[in-house]
Design a binder for this molecule. Structure first.
Ligand code: C2E
Ligand code: SIN
Ligand code: SIN
Ligand code: FE
Ligand code: FE
Length: 584
């Protein structure tokens, strides 16, 4: 075996979380420990030992390896039987199996391949090659597992969407029933129906489904034949959604021609670009008769491509609460009750679309966040550890919110900006341990205390988790990244990861640790101590509070400790709402 592994240099390369887990079966005490040490020294592959071949399947079910290495160097008489047992097991039958043999014991090779072994390695083999083959098979298996998991998460999401969409259909029916003619009372009804739609749009978590529904709602509200949503991508507007009733009737499939790859630079030369630049709505009664002094032109090629005649357009910016432009919605060609064309959009239509755009933007913002970041991540973590994660994160989020509310009350902070911060904290808190998806179960579920090396790996959950929030930094991502990265820092500077912004070793202390991370850090420990863990019994409340008090100024921000003690009854209520089931 070669002494060093150049591909890893002894540390997990950044961005590659520690996820490979080998179950080493058989091999005798000395040989298997030497092999395990060689594999472990890669720091990217964890090892569990199973000395007795008879126990291999049970052990695999228990510790969920991502690859099994069967040591046949000492004869390997039992290896073929173990291969059969694995393939017959529904729980572990898909885990890749590798046999390690010597020239003397390689005679079972043909039989092993006949039993669908995934790989057969004959010594001498370099450590680099062995690790590489283990990683390759493990990665293949992990990809399958991930696909299955995201499929399950996706199906759950679909069920939710179906539910929300049904609610939306109901509200549209109510809206249609109220659709009288232009009185003030009629207007108020349209607006209140709009609010109802807003509430229901907010139940849709899937970004794309939501956009589709928004366009449908906008067209129904204004009784328009067609509509488009452009989404902003840097300096471009991407043509994201397109509806057109009269084209859909003409094409047999009902599908609009494929135009979704179309992009428009944001300049005042196009209609959507002008709206995006100025942030103003635009109403064009006939886009083939745009006044020559206007900077924008209507792009006829689109109509030509689709065989359509665009007449009137109302284009409305989609602006979020901080004034950032998410995109532009265009509603095209008003229709009369009987399905024929209507002369033009009314002032009321335009005002209504303006309100609608506000409602839609709130839902879009939320969905983009929920959909792309929070929902899927929390689900992934729950799939990984269904017994603990779900309730623990809800409790930590609940305690954190209570602490933040009191902290803000003391400073006179309230109103929508405060509420937005509180929502951010709640979701960031729910994600605080998301990085544990990169830490092997063998460690997280270890019933006893951790070795120093194991604890070093656990500590990486902060950095692994924080890396997930590096792309597309939004305000929410910022909050989540801080909480995930820094929830184990301590007030006195002795926590981890203990790095400053430049990656230098210097633990943050006091208010250098962001408020959200200090809050979640306290809430997390309070909950960990009060709950049972695979490595500890739950502590009674007085013991928990004693530790929390004694760690004030040391681990915790003293003001936050004070707040926690003051709001204890609210915290107990959260605890009861999300309590763990009794042990079975
Ligand atoms: P966790 O179980 O959610 O614990 C979160 C934090 O609560 C811990 O962060 C620690 O600050 C506090 N805590 C939990 N249990 C105790 C305790 O018995 N005494 C005291 N004084 N504090 C406690 P820490 O230490 O950074 O650990 C992070 C994570 O590492 C833990 O999350 C858990 O997943 C894992 N871990 C820590 N110790 C052990 C252990 O002995 N065995 C196993 N299997 N896992 C451990
Ligand atoms: C544009 O000119 O803005 C693109 C076409 C449209 O607005 O529908
Ligand atoms: C959320 O509602 O999930 C977070 C709110 C925000 O970031 O504005
Ligand atoms: Fe943590
Ligand atoms: Fe935690």
């Amino acid at each position: 075996m070669t002494p060093t592994d150049p591909s890893t240099g002894g540390r997990p390369p950044s961005g590659e979380p520690f996820t490979h887990e080998v179950l080493l079966v058989g091999g005798g005490f000395t040989a298997s420990h030497a092999l395990a040490a060689a594999i472990r020294s890669s720091r990217t592959i964890a090892v569990e030992l199973c000395p007795r071949a008879n126990d291999a399947v049970d052990e695999a079910i228990r510790c969920c390896p991502t690859v099994v290495l069967l040591d046949a160097r000492d004869g390997g008489g039992e290896v073929l039987r173990v291969l059969d047992e694995f393939h017959a097991s529904p729980e572990v039958g898909a885990i890749p199996l590798i046999v390690l043999a010597t020239a003397e014991t390689a005679a079972i090779r043909e039989d092993a391949f006949a039993r669908s072994v995934d790989d057969f390695i004959v010594e001498p083999v370099s450590r680099v090659e062995l690790l590489s083959r283990l990683r390759t098979h493990s990665t293949g298996y992990l990809n399958i597992v991930r696909r299955n998991r995201s499929l399950a998460a996706y199906e759950a999401l679909q069920a939710e969407l179906r539910h929300a969409n049904r609610a939306l259909d109901d509200s549209r029916l109510r809206l249609a029933a109220r659709d009288g003619e232009g009185t003030e009372g009629h207007w108020r009804e349209r607006v209140s129906a709009l609010m109802q739609i807003g509430i229901e749009l907010n139940q849709i978590h899937d970004f794309h489904t939501l956009m589709d529904r928004i366009l449908t709602e906008a067209r129904h509200l204004l009784r328009a034949d067609a509509g488009t949503i452009f989404l902003r991508e840097g300096d471009f507007l991407r043509f994201a959604f397109f509806h057109n009733d009269s084209l859909a009737q003409r094409t047999a499939s009902g599908d609009a021609p494929h135009v979704s790859t179309f992009r428009l630079p944001i300049t005042d030369r196009s209609i959507a670009g002008w709206v995006c630049l100025t942030g103003q709505p635009l109403h064009l009664p006939d886009c083939y008769a745009i006044p020559p002094d206007a900077p924008y032109r209507f792009d006829h090629s689109f109509d030509q491509l689709l065989g359509y005649r665009t007449r009137a357009i109302v284009a409305m910016p989609l602006k979020d609460q901080s004034g950032r432009l998410l995109g532009v919605i265009e509603v095209i060609n008003p229709m009369a009750e009987d399905g024929g064309p209507r002369a033009s959009f009314s002032e009321g239509d335009i005002r209504l679309l303006e309100h609608f755009a506000n409602v839609a933007t709130v839902a879009l913002e939320r969905a983009r966040l929920n959909d792309s970041v929070i929902m899927r991540m929390i689900r992934m973590a729950e799939i990984r550890d269904p017994s603990e994660t779900g309730r623990h994160v809800e409790r930590v989020a609940g305690y954190s919110t209570i602490i933040f509310e009191e902290w803000s009350r003391r400073r006179g902070l309230e109103g929508p900006a405060f509420e937005r911060q509180r929502d951010r904290l709640r979701n960031a808190a729910r994600l605080h341990d998301i990085g544990k998806i990169g830490v092997p179960d063998a460690i997280l579920k270890k019933p006893g205390p951790l070795t120093e090396a194991e604890f070093e790996l656990v500590k990486q959950h902060a950095a692994i988790g924080a890396d997930l929030f590096l792309n597309d930094p939004s305000d929410f991502d910022e909050a989540a990244r801080e909480v995930v990265a820094l929830h184990h820092e301590k007030w006195d500077g002795t926590g981890y990861p203990g790095l400053d912004d430049d990656g230098q070793r210097r633990g943050r202390k006091g208010e250098e640790i962001p408020l959200f991370a200090r809050i979640v850090g306290l809430a997390d420990v309070f909950d960990a101590l009060s709950s049972s863990r695979c490595y500890k019994e739950p502590w009674p409340e007085d013991r928990v509070l004693e530790l929390v008090r004694s760690e004030s100024q040391r681990h915790f921000d003293p003001e936050l400790v004070e707040i926690l003690l003051e709001r204890l009854s609210a915290i107990r209520a959260v605890r009861e709402r999300h309590c763990d089931p009794p042990h079975t």
